[in-house]
Design a protein around this ligand. Structure first.
Ligand code: PEP
Ligand code: MG
Length: 842
């Protein structure tokens, strides 16, 4: 036989046995801890991962050795023990060892009906799970008597052509084999891998002497916990059922409350001493196991046994509250409380969610681009969404892709679905900014805007029908499943304040509007790291002035349009500065693909012709000339600043005038950050800098107040990364726009990649969607080069990231290791980024 190092790791769990969760699993280790705490745990034997692996491959350990601690007539249970209890495993099998002889002997002790009932339960579980028989003939009868036992034994024999096995060793061997193989099943594997288990995760098994739970005087079983699994608030909860075993109390009728309860009888009244013992055991387990536990117990003839304790399964909200409570009470250090909460857990607290137990009718699925859940009637245009909002009704806006014209609709809608686009597409970026649930790239969804229907396969829904966007999973659901509300409670704030004490990298928010800025403040962002100013021009009146400016043929027409835009922008910046109360605000000058501002349909072009008082044919011809095949690489960013410099002049003036206004109001000095997008050459920076300086000088002369600002460059083209050394000489900071940098490094269109991305990831071409998870190997190398060259040229250079990746823990780890000063991300991702940064610093 092949020699296995730990093949024979079959250990009686004692206070001194040598065991680790990595070899025997979490349940076995936990039972040992309970035994060390002198809790009344029945005799227990643990089988290691390797032993169980051996069993699955046909190498059965010495079963007599396993049974030896249980005496000549063993009666045992087997439970799974994986490293992390959340990974699941086969259900417990109880009463192994029941046979004709044991049943007869037990009848004298606990009565015939109780003994037969245990035997029947075992036959049932063995027949269905181990022998894989049809469950029907093995349903438990109402009366556990000799006739029903004979019938079930006969049914077993009829189905298998052999009598029910009587030898406890054979019974146990078969149960162990069944459990070992169940762990290897495909479904079990997929389920646990979805919960983060590695492909080679092992299963340990725990064999434990049965505490019967049936018989007289009081016998039964129950489960007790000391905090709510929903809110995490301290609360004694659970059920107890007389004459029962395992977790029957949670599933069957007749169970009673644990604590005195006006709704019915309780264990506290039935067995006050045992109840008091359970409370004491719970407090001890919590303190010494340093975790909120759920305890499974059995009362056998008036004596309490603790069979098992598992980490209390909990909602995200409860997880935060429990970690904070343990930290505040000194049971665990605060650092550990921070480490116990995975950053994306916070998403569930920040956004409404589809209730985990709600029925889901999935119509189609795409990329989960902005978390949260929202239901509403299907609408197909921004104006329909606005009309629904005006009626006080919720709507879900469905578009092939969104454009700036849809922004108003996105503000009015409760959720957004697009058939095209990836994680950094327009809809996704705006959705995250607004905290609006959004699913993009639903490629199997056909949108017919004329008929106003959506279709996926054979399902067709029309305008007005109710759908739900699940921005956590990327599903579009038919109807309105139940939801759970967000919960930004004290525990959430406490946890994040601990995180702030620990972290060593700044966290700012990408915020374009006063609402965004307020959200950023509410989530304690340390400033605005990116204000995309083009997003300030999407609302009705401004869009028209903007179009007039774009279409102006003569300088004075353009100047007139800019004069109208200036006070609007000044007011925008003033609001942002006020809300941020002196925290840094980084304003990126205009970066639209210009043609996005053009009307996309004939009606829009006609409106524009009217506003401009020009013939429709002229407007159409000019729009045609301005349209671009690939606008993401066309007349964008600083290119606009070079070719139509008046726009940046206007923005710089608005920024300076707003900053001076704020300084006058508060008496302090306020220095705005101004950032240039899509730079690819040092000369671009020089030219724009000279113009901004001259605007600054003009404002200084006009107001008699000193104007200061910091100029920065958004590094988002590969060339800017490579030339970061000379670019840095003219700038105070570099902020990496990893959305565009990813697009350009891969040569992937950020708006179109959604079409094939899932296939690429499925086939392993890309490990992950690089718009979602920063590509450290490729894009990361460019960032590394840029950071080094930039800092070499200028050692006080501030380095930051403001692409969508900025909130991601792996990206933050990269930024920390390269000495970045801060990350900036959508406001709703700020809490997660604060937590991630802290976890990395611990
Ligand atoms: C980027 O490119 O990473 C970025 C933040 O800018 P935008 O998404 O506006 O192009
Ligand atoms: Mg960009």
């Amino acid at each position: 036989m092949q020699k296995h190092t730990t093949f024979n790791a079959i250990t009686l769990i004692t206070p001194t046995a040598s065991m680790t969760a990595e070899v025997f699993g979490g349940r076995a280790k936990c039972l040992q801890r309970l035994i060390r705490l002198d809790m009344p745990v029945p005799t227990t034997v643990a089988l290691s991962f390797d032993t169980v692996r051996g069993i699955a491959q046909g190498r059965m350990p010495d079963i007599d050795a396993v049974l030896e601690p249980f005496g000549p007539t063993p009666l045992v249970s087997v439970r799974p023990s994986s490293l992390d209890p959340d990974w699941g495993g086969p259900g417990a099998v109880l009463n192994i060892g029941m046979n004709d002889a044991r049943c007869a002997a037990l009848a004298d002790e606990i009565g015939l009906a109780s003994a037969i009932s245990l035997y029947l339960r075992f036959i049932q579980s063995f027949a269905i799970n181990v022998a894989r028989l049809d469950p029907e003939p093995f349903e438990l009868p109402d009366d556990a008597d000799e006739a029903s036992l004979a019938a079930m034994l006969a049914a077993y024999e009829a189905e298998t052509n052999e009598p029910f096995p009587q030898d406890p060793a054979r019974q146990l061997g078969e149960v162990l084999r069944f459990m070992a193989r169940a762990w290897d099943g495909t479904t079990a594997r997929i389920l646990r891998e979805a919960k983060g288990a590695p492909a080679d995760a092992g299963l340990g098994l725990v064999v434990q002497e049965m505490a019967l739970g049936v018989g007289a005087p009081e016998s039964g079983a129950g489960v007790i916990q000391f905090a709510s699994e929903v809110t995490g608030a301290p609360e004694v909860k659970g059920r107890y059922l007389s004459q029962s075993q395992g977790r029957d109390a949670l599933a069957q009728e007749g169970a009673i409350y644990l604590t005195r309860d006006p709704r019915g009888p309780s264990l506290e009244e039935l067995c006050p001493e045992i109840y008091a013992d359970l409370i004491r055991i719970g407090a001890l387990a919590r303190e010494r196991l340093r975790e909120e536990m759920q305890v499974e117990f059995t009362i056998e003839s008036g004596v309490l046994h603790v069979l098992d304790a598992v980490r209390l399964p909990r909602s995200s909200r409860a997880a935060v509250r429990i970690a904070v409570a343990l930290g505040e009470q000194g049971v665990i250090p605060r650092e550990e409380a921070v480490l116990r909460i995975a950053p994306n857990t916070l998403n569930d607290l920040l956004h409404r969610q589809v209730a985990p137990d709600a029925a889901r009718e999935v119509m189609a699925s795409g990329i989960a681009a902005s978390p949260g859940a929202a239901s509403g009637q299907l609408v197909f245009s921004a104006s329909e969404a606005q009309a629904a909002a005006a009626r006080g009704e919720q709507s879900i806006l469905v578009r092939r892709e969104t454009t700036p014209e849809d922004i108003r609709g996105m503000h009015a809608a409760s959720g957004v679905v697009t058939a095209r686009g990836g994680i950094t597409s327009h809809a996704a970026v705006i959705g995250r900014g607004l905290g609006l649930p959004c699913v993009v790239g639903v490629s199997n969804l056909t949108i017919d805007t004329r008929k106003r229907t959506i279709r996926a396969g054979s399902r067709v829904l029309g305008a007005g029908e109710i759908v739900t966007v699940d921005g956590h999973t990327g599903d579009v659901l038919i109807g309105q499943p139940g939801t759970i509300e967000p919960a930004l409670d004290d525990a959430f704030r406490t946890l994040l304040s601990w995180a702030d004490d620990l972290r060593d990298i700044g966290v700012r928010a990408n915020a374009d509007t006063p609402d965004d800025a307020q959200t950023a403040r509410d989530f304690s962002a340390e400033g605005i790291g990116l204000c995309r100013t083009e997003h300030m021009f999407f609302d009705g009146e401004r869009l028209t002035v903007m179009r007039e400016m774009i279409f102006a043929q003569r300088d004075d027409d353009r100047a007139a349009a800019l004069d109208r835009l200036l006070p609007m922008q000044r007011a925008d910046f003033t609001r942002l500065f006020e809300i941020m109360e002196g925290l840094p605000v980084c304003i990126r000058l205009f970066d639209p693909p210009l043609h996005e501002f053009l009307p996309s349909d004939r009606a829009g072009l006609r409106d524009l012709a009217e506003a401009l008082d020009q013939p429709l044919s002229d407007v159409m011809e000019r729009a045609e000339r301005m349209s671009e095949y690939n606008p993401m690489l066309g007349m964008r960013g600083v290119r606009l600043g070079i070719t139509v410099p008046e726009i940046y002049d206007m923005q710089a003036r608005a920024i300076f005038e707003a900053a001076i206004g704020l300084s006058e109001k508060t008496g302090g000095e306020f220095v705005p950050d101004i950032m240039l997008p899509l730079v690819s050459a040092q000369r671009e920076v020089e030219i724009v800098r000279a113009r901004i300086d001259s605007v600054a000088a003009a404002v200084q002369t006009e107001t008699g107040r000193e104007v200061t600002y910091r100029l920065g460059v958004m590094v988002e083209t590969p060339r800017a990364a490579l030339r970061a050394g000379d670019i840095a000489e003219n700038t105070a900071f570099l902020s990496f726009g990893t959305n565009d940098m990813t697009q350009m490094t891969y040569g992937l269109s950020r708006d179109d990649a959604g079409r094939f991305m899932s296939e690429y990831v499925k086939q392993g071409v890309y490990r992950e969607d690089p718009f979602h998870t920063l590509d450290l190997e490729g894009v990361g190398e460019l960032l590394t080069i840029a950071a080094e060259r930039g800092r070499t040229a200028r050692n006080d250079l501030v380095l930051a990231i403001c692409g969508e990746h900025g909130a991601d823990q792996a990206t933050i780890a990269f930024c920390r290791s390269h000495g970045f000063d801060y990350v900036s991300c959508s406001p709703f991702r700020v809490p997660g980024a604060r937590l991630s940064a802290a976890r990395l610093a611990v």
